[in-house]
Design a protein around this ligand. Structure first.
Ligand code: ADP
Ligand code: MG
Length: 572
């Protein structure tokens, strides 16, 4: 007996569906990419599970996804023999959005379709993209290792609710049946479907099969020349390369393939900014393909957010979000790591304490830093784009990764008095290059905002002397600087710290003047000290201010005022 239940989509799903149908309409063919991508993921998951229990293959171990269509019924059908879903999984995966922070995400939508479609793309719409072209979607699925009677059917018109019932399903895996909307006839076409799959899914590692096409018969000069006879039921052929992209040689992979592969593994809709593909043999044996996204993910600051690489061992998918291979300050990196040194039965626990992991982690970290260094050198504009998206995260680097501190420091960008702009475009190397002969330190000021930094009274003497000062105004900067004391052998010095010694930069003449002033103002300073009492640690005469009469500074060894504010905010 069919046990049928009606369920409502969660509010987020309904909202997402509505938005998606409108905003992704101009790019509707991506539904096929998303569904093929899911079938490939399902194959990966089954292979992994079958490592422990090969009976899950049920004598059907050639994993693939088949795409066909039925002109009369106006259906496009995808059928995979991957891991399938149980009833509970169907309800969980196809009725809710299993991503933390979804509410916040929807809060950000503006109602402006162009802007929202960008956001939606980042969010990754996956399965629900089926409703861009279909007014009804049926999913029939059976999880690997379950009985034929434990099949599940899910049906929805994408409007608020869906129905789930029990069915018999002989083959393991998932069929997705799209009932096309009236105006979507173009997808009921062999050539059309083939070309979309070739465009978006050539890199998919399982075969994507369609019915074999018969060559057209030539009817002579008057006949319907070149007309394709419809697909032949019964005979399937793979229409993609069906090898894992990262195992292929670099020269044979086009940029488009790299781009599409990125979208498959990252669930991002936009092309990546940059990638680095490396095969390493010898002491370590692995392949890595690491991507830097063009845009920060919508949930980059969400602590529960999954991140890390997709881990494969000897071509077999092991896990998503293997965060052991990327430090947290590079959590935006997406990609694949395929190791030949790890055992196939590796678990997160084992990964935690094997030498192989730490070696791979430092190798991958180096790769990313080098990729960024090259980008900064060869394409400053592109790097600037990267910095705007991920600079804040990269600034966590020196604190987290002492070993690569110097390399990270080269990648940092700040505002400075030289450019006189809020934009963070100045690297320490630029600063050092502009330094005068007699200057041996890098000066910076940090504040709550750019305006506060740029108008800090301590800058007056530096301006007068023509010395550049780095302007820091991000929340994280104090934290960063407390872990980065120098660059290229030059000490980083705050202009607002106690007895700032401008060293060689103070010339003899001013020294004499200063001494004279010290004696003249000695009694005034004493009176000020008495008047302020415990409120201050010390009162000193300063030679650093030009237009401002006085200012508050912190002692050389004390926390800066900015850091104190941070600590207070953190409840310390
Ligand atoms: P994502 O792929 O980013 O997880 P999707 O919306 O594409 O998001 O899919 C949601 C979930 O539904 C998947 O994570 C998976 O658990 C399940 N799913 C979708 N398609 C299939 C399939 N063909 N076989 C098995 N599970 C699937
Ligand atoms: Mg998906």
């Amino acid at each position: 007996e069919q046990h049928t239940e009606k369920h409502g989509f969660t509010a987020e799903v309904s909202q997402l569906l509505k938005l998606m149908i409108h905003s992704l309409y101009s790019n509707k063919e991506i539904f096929l990419r998303e569904l093929v991508s899911n079938a490939a993921d399902a194959a990966d998951k089954l292979r992994f599970k079958a490592l422990e229990d090969s009976s899950l293959f049920e004598d059907d171990g050639d994993l693939r996804v088949r795409v066909s269509f039925d002109k009369d019924k106006r259906q496009v059908i995808l059928s995979d023999n991957g891991i399938g879903m149980t009833r509970d999984q169907v309800i969980e995966h196809l009725g809710t959005i299993a991503k933390s922070g979804t509410k916040e995400f929807f809060g950000k939508l503006s109602g402006d379709e162009a802007k929202d479609s960008q956001l939606i793309g980042q969010f990754g719409v996956g399965f629900y993209s089926a409703f861009i072209v279909a007014d009804k979607v049926t999913v029939e699925t059976r999880a690997a290792g379950t009985e034929v009677s434990q099949g599940v059917r899910w049906v929805s018109a994408g409007e608020g609710d869906y129905e789930v019932s029990d069915i018999e399903k002989t083959g393991r895996g998932t069929d997705v049946i799209l009932h096309l909307r009236d105006e979507e006839d173009e997808f009921l076409d062999n050539w059309k479907l083939r070309s979309i799959i070739t465009k978006y899914s050539d890199h998919i590692s399982i075969p994507v099969e369609m019915y074999k096409e018969e060559q057209p018969e030539r009817d002579g000069p008057d006949g319907p020349e070149g007309e394709k006879i419809p697909a032949v039921p019964g005979e399937w052929e793979a229409i993609n390369k069906a090898t894992a992209l990262w195992t292929r040689t670099k020269n044979d992979i086009s940029d488009e393939e790299y781009n599409e592969f990125y979208k498959h593994i990252s669930h991002d809709f936009a092309d990546p900014l940059q990638w680095s593909h490396n095969k390493v043999e010898g002491k370590q044996d692995y392949t890595s393909l690491l991507y830097i996204p063009a845009k920060a993910p919508w949930d980059m600051w969400n602590r529960e957010r999954q991140h890390g690489l997709k881990l494969y061992v000897q071509r077999v998918f092991i896990m998503d979000d293997a965060d052991q291979f990327m430090p947290s300050y590079l959590r935006f990196v997406k990609g694949v790591l395929d190791s030949n040194d790890l055992p196939l039965n590796v678990s997160r626990e084992i990964l935690q304490d094997t030498k192989v992991t730490s070696n791979l982690r430092s190798a991958c970290t180096k790769r990313v830093l080098t990729m960024l260094e090259r980008m900064a050198k060869n394409n400053a504009e592109k790097y600037q784009g990267f910095w705007e998206e991920f600079g804040q995260v990269l600034k966590e680097g020196p604190a987290e990764d002492a070993a690569n501190k110097d390399q990270i420091a080269k990648l940092l960008r700040f505002a400075s008095t030289h450019t006189d702009s809020k934009d963070q475009t100045v690297g320490f190397a630029d600063y050092v290059e502009r330094m005068g002969e007699s200057q041996d330190k890098i000066y910076y000021v940090s504040a709550d905002s750019y305006a506060a930094a740029a108008n800090n009274p301590h800058l007056e003497i530096f301006k007068k002397k023509g010395i550049e000062v780095v302007l820091m105004y991000d929340r994280i900067d104090e934290w960063l600087i407390s872990h980065l004391s120098e660059f290229d052998g030059k000490q980083l010095v705050s202009v607002s710290k106690g007895s700032l010694d401008l060293g060689e930069l103070d010339d003899e003449e001013t020294k004499a003047e200063q001494e004279k002033a010290e004696t003249e103002f000695a009694s005034f300073v004493e009176r000020a000290k008495t008047a302020m009492g415990d409120k201050v640690k010390d009162v000193r005469l300063t030679h650093r201010l030009i237009d401002t009469p006085s200012c508050i500074v912190s002692d050389d060894n004390d926390m800066s005022t900015q850091m104190q504010k941070l600590m207070e905010a953190a409840g310390q």
